[in-house]
Design a protein around this ligand. Structure first.
Ligand code: ADP
Ligand code: MG
Length: 705
């Protein structure tokens, strides 16, 4: 018998019931092939298995009934003038009303005589005698012939798009499963299936769409049914196999630079630092040193909360590379931060008789040409830059170590480009976004991770308070009280989505108001992204030198800025920011020994999610807890920006919910690849084909990271 491969890649238009016209609509749901259709997972499930007669309905329960439309009408409520659509259906046992508010289009959705299914909470009807009613039930028209698909079972509900209803997807998936379902081959090694008691792939796909009778509805809706677990395992296992293969390629082949990290090199550098390092900083340095000494290129991530002192660790590493006769580079996401590094690192380099320069995109042409020459000839030892560092035309003579600061602001490709500016340089990347270790290893591939889990001594936790827009005067009084003590303040202005221009207007207006009315005695500064580099530099310098008391700024100050004397952070329109961003902004204060405050001004109404976010800010200043809350509120997709982090987006697995599965999948995948590096044993063949299919075009992209 000849094995024909399963037709995963069959274009959706050739699936019975689709055709070329509807195929275009499916594109919007990113469904192009049979595989995409089978992996288009329901986002919730409805239990329609206990179909009831209308006379059997119990008030207070969520029930499902099917009946025939006897009347549809629309009225208006007297008090709030809401439009109410009222539908009446009947079955041989009785009459049931359904109501929807403010959805007038529903009036035309039903016709007398239609058979419809309603699923919702049953109430006693007030308006119509003793009959029952449902408020805003889920509804679906049901034909007679398809009853087995849509009613009398747990049914899947899918995300819809224009022209494709959840019901249509259900029908189509049902048909596709009837036609192809039994032939779905497995690819997971049988040992693993047994070890984790997983269902077969065929069964998992069947059951994730059409769960068998008796499946726990809440487990299904939480994405925790057996079928979900199997598919989540698959997804994470394939991902980790890809990462394992990639890592194996790297460590075996690549030779980089083995730096001398002996006492003779390092001791004089440590003497330059005026404070003593924290235990955590010491530990991280002791993790970096062997990496740098090894001939394999270092790929290390430093995680440390805002203010934990990552810069000094990076600086010492940069200096080690430079003392070894190599060039070093540090890339920062904003010009202001690059300038700050330029300013604060300069003394250290000068003390060692080394040279440095700052490379930004708005440099004058002649300056830039000169800078590029110095970089290319190896004359300059340390280059600090923004994205300008990775532009074409920047060529290092001998880049030994590349540091990426605030790495979450960059994408994988940008990181990769920086590395390509040298010949296998060491790479150190830094972030304040803490995430669990397994997650981090997955997200950042084969990076080793160091954690700075200790703040420099003498810090007092920041006090965070929430105010409404009407309490602005109170906020400003608090600010004035801090300024009177000789401290300084930031006021960060509304973040208007994607519009730098509007940001600017708000900041400029507030600046004018502060100067003339609110704080006429104080020196006010203004800082935003549209200013020329010299202007920004001057402004930051003045703030640092305490010649400015209060700095009105846009989110250009979000990351990295370090002015220990600033003890007040006011955030306007706080409801518009994400949690991690708020934590970063707040991290601009609390960097000295004085008690710092973060005063958040919210304009109402705020969404429920917004309130959770702000409460989390008030409740904790621990970056790890904040990240957890952020993850829980936003979900991992948005939180990590998996695309940005270089991962294919996950359809089934949820990195937060499925951490345990992730850990198991990672362990097994790495073990499997170690055992069979070429995936050439009979047990690996199906796995390999699946990897090739799923990672098509992506694997190569990932190898760059
Ligand atoms: P981040 O981790 O947010 O980048 P920074 O590197 O900017 O933090 O450090 C925050 C502040 O703490 C800086 O002013 C820095 O000089 C100071 N700092 C760092 N390490 C120590 C230490 N071991 N002792 C005292 N101050 C420190
Ligand atoms: Mg920093």
């Amino acid at each position: 018998m000849i094995d024909t491969p399963f037709p995963w890649q069959t274009a959706i238009q050739y699936i019975k019931g689709v055709g070329p016209n509807r195929a275009a609509l499916f594109q919007k749901l990113e469904i192009q092939t049979l595989e995409d259709l089978l992996y288009f997972i329901p986002f919730r499930y409805e239990d329609r298995s206990g179909l009831k007669k209308i006379s059997e309905l119990r008030p207070g329960e969520i029930e499902t009934v099917v009946g025939e439309v006897v009347a549809v009408g629309m009225s208006e409520t007297s008090r709030r003038r809401m439009k109410v659509v009222d539908l009446a259906i009947s079955d041989p046992s009785g009459l049931l009303h359904a109501k929807w508010f403010n959805q007038p289009y529903l009036k035309t959705a039903f016709k007398k005589g239609d058979r419809v299914m309603l699923n919702g909470k049953v109430k006693r009807g007030y308006s119509v005698g003793l009959a029952f009613e449902m408020e805003s039930p889920h509804y679906e028209k049901v034909g007679d012939n398809e009853a087995q698909v849509h009613i009398d079972r747990i049914v899947p509900v899918y995300h819809e798009t224009k022209g494709i209803t959840s019901k249509a997807l259900r029908s189509l998936t049902f048909q596709a499963l009837a036609r192809y379902g039994t032939q779905i081959p497995d690819f997971l090694p049988p040992d693993l299936i047994r070890k984790f008691h997983l269902p077969s792939l065929r069964e998992a796909i069947q059951h994730i769409h059409f769960p068998p009778k008796g499946t726990d509805l809440s487990e299904l809706n939480a994405g925790k049914s057996l079928a979900h677990k199997r598919l989540a395992f698959d997804e994470l296992f394939l991902l980790e196999c890809g990462l394992a293969l990639r890592q194996q390629g790297r460590t075996e082949q690549v030779e980089g630079i083995a730096f001398d990290t002996s006492e003779a090199i390092v001791e004089p550098l440590r003497k330059l630092v005026s404070f003593s390092l924290t235990g955590a900083q010491e530990r991280v340095l002791s993790e970096i040193a062997p990496d740098m000494a090894s001939v394999h290129p270092m790929h290390r991530l430093i995680q440390g909360d805002v203010g934990s002192g990552k810069t000094i660790v990076a600086l010492l590493s940069l200096l080690i590379a430079i003392e070894n006769g190599y060039q070093a580079a540090i890339m920062a996401p904003t010009e202001i931060l690059a300038e700050q590094h330029d300013f604060s690192l300069r003394a250290y380099l000068e003390a060692r008789g080394k040279s440095m320069l700052l490379l930004t995109s708005d440099m004058k042409k002649s300056n830039k040409t000169e800078a590029l020459e110095q970089i290319g000839s190896g004359q300059v030892d340390l280059v600090i830059g923004t994205h300008a560092l990775i532009q074409e035309g920047v060529a290092f003579a001998n880049l030994g170590l590349a540091v990426v600061d605030e790495q979450h602001k960059f994408g994988v490709l940008q990181r990769a480009k920086l590395v390509l500016k040298g010949s296998q340089p060491d790479l150190l990347i830094m972030t304040a976004t803490p995430i669990p270790r397994t997650l981090a290893m997955t997200l950042y591939g084969d990076l080793n991770i160091s954690v700075i889990d200790e703040l420099p001594p003498g810090r007092t936790p920041i006090r965070t308070r929430l105010f409404s827009g009407r309490q602005r005067d109170q906020v400003y009084r608090l600010v004035e009280a801090e300024l009177a003590k000789g401290h300084q303040a930031y006021v960060v202005c509304p973040l208007v989505e994607e519009s730098e221009k509007l940001d600017l207007k708000a900041a400029t207006e507030l600046y004018a108001l502060f100067q003339t009315e609110t704080f006429p005695q104080r020196k006010i500064g203004l800082l935003h992204g549209r200013m020329k580099r010299e202007e920004k530099e001057t402004m930051m310098r003045q703030f640092k030198d305490k010649r400015i008391d209060l700095l009105v700024a846009t989110t250009v100050v979000e990351v990295g800025i370090d002015i220990p004397n600033a003890s007040v952070m006011v955030i306007e329109h706080v409801e518009r920011y994400g949690l991690s961003q708020l934590h970063q902004l707040r991290g601009r204060v609390g960097r000295g020994t004085a008690q710092s405050v973060c005063l958040m001004i919210a304009d109402y109404p705020i969404s429920k999610e917004g309130k959770q976010r702000l409460q989390a800010m008030v409740d904790t200043s621990d970056g790890f807890k904040i990240a957890e809350a952020d993850l829980a509120i936003r979900g991992p997709g948005e939180f990590f920006g998996t695309r940005q982090a270089g991962l294919p987006s996950l359809k089934i697995a949820n990195l937060m919910r499925d951490v345990k599965i992730l850990e198991a999948a990672r362990k097994e995948a790495f073990a499997w690849v170690k055992e069979d590096p070429a995936l050439s044993t009979p047990d690996s063949l199906a796995l390999r084909a699946t990897l090739e299919r799923k990672w098509q075009g992506k694997l190569e992209w990932l190898t760059l990271a």
